[in-house]
Design a protein around this ligand. Sequence first.
Ligand SMILES: CSC[C@H]1O[C@H](OP(=O)(O)O)[C@H](O)[C@@H]1O
Ligand SMILES: Nc1ncnc2[nH]cnc12
Length: 292
Amino acid sequence: MTAERVIGVIGGSGVYDIAGLEGATWQAVETTFGAPSDELLAGYYDGVKMVFLPRHGRGHRFTPTSVPYRANIAAMKMMGVTDLVAVSAVGSLREDYAPGDFVVVDQYIDRTFARAKSFFDTGLVGHVSVAHPTCARLSALCAEAARKIGVTLHEGGTYVAMEGPQFSTQAESELYRSWHADVIGMTGMPEAKLAREAEMCYACVAMVTDFDCWHPDHDAVDVAQVVATAIANADKARNLVAALPALLKGPAETCTKGCTHALDGAIMTAPAKRDPEVIARLMPVMGRVLKG
Ligand SMILES: CSC[C@H]1O[C@H](OP(=O)(O)O)[C@H](O)[C@@H]1O
Ligand SMILES: Nc1ncnc2[nH]cnc12
């Protein structure tokens, strides 16, 4: 299978736009899961189509819980995105991951509990594997882009996704450290799980903004700290994103890591028992396996 390569970027705290997209326009997209966080900015960079969406909306309107994750992923899929890169601000849970460093996340511990985490629903049941929740191929290219622009990079890291919006207690922070998690944030899940259900390659580039609240030599995290570090590093994040098209040129092919076929054999509901309304809702997201 080949398709036009389309790079999607979801910007986190401090990253509400990307510069230099040719012919860029903000476009409203309505999905069968409602409206995404904002309009999507679509254009071309280096001859490659790119689509950008600010996760919390321009002006940061959505809490980590109220971000419309399903609509965001559905909108990216409808825009033809094949390779989705998430940019996120995170707290560090280890001494050697310092504010200003970048981490290409490869594992998650999902502690969120108040969000819709799947496109599937009563009437159409499916189970995908998230044993390896990010695409190793796209993650390696993000790491290459990070090296090109010269940021301090940690390739691989486990991200604890907490519900928020309050930051962690010290006991929680120590608990996550005892689990050998590396960074903490509030938005990495269910985003990664939904991208897998939508059969898109997904990578997460996390930007360390603070030491959460476990570090004896640093104040407990607050928004001012996160925002100051995120803004100071936002240009690095934008430069990293701008380095991606050169690394991802050419048509998108079947992902050798399996992302583009994550739904093969995943649907359990017998064809005769599938709910037509649920099928209609899921069609824009997983039409490949639902079409007739
Ligand atoms: C502003 S501090 C907490 C906020 O920042 C991170 O968001 P994102 O992942 O979108 O960069 C964190 O997950 C919280 O949502
Ligand atoms: N310490 C922290 N905890 C949760 N989310 C964050 N985002 C940035 N820093 C964070």
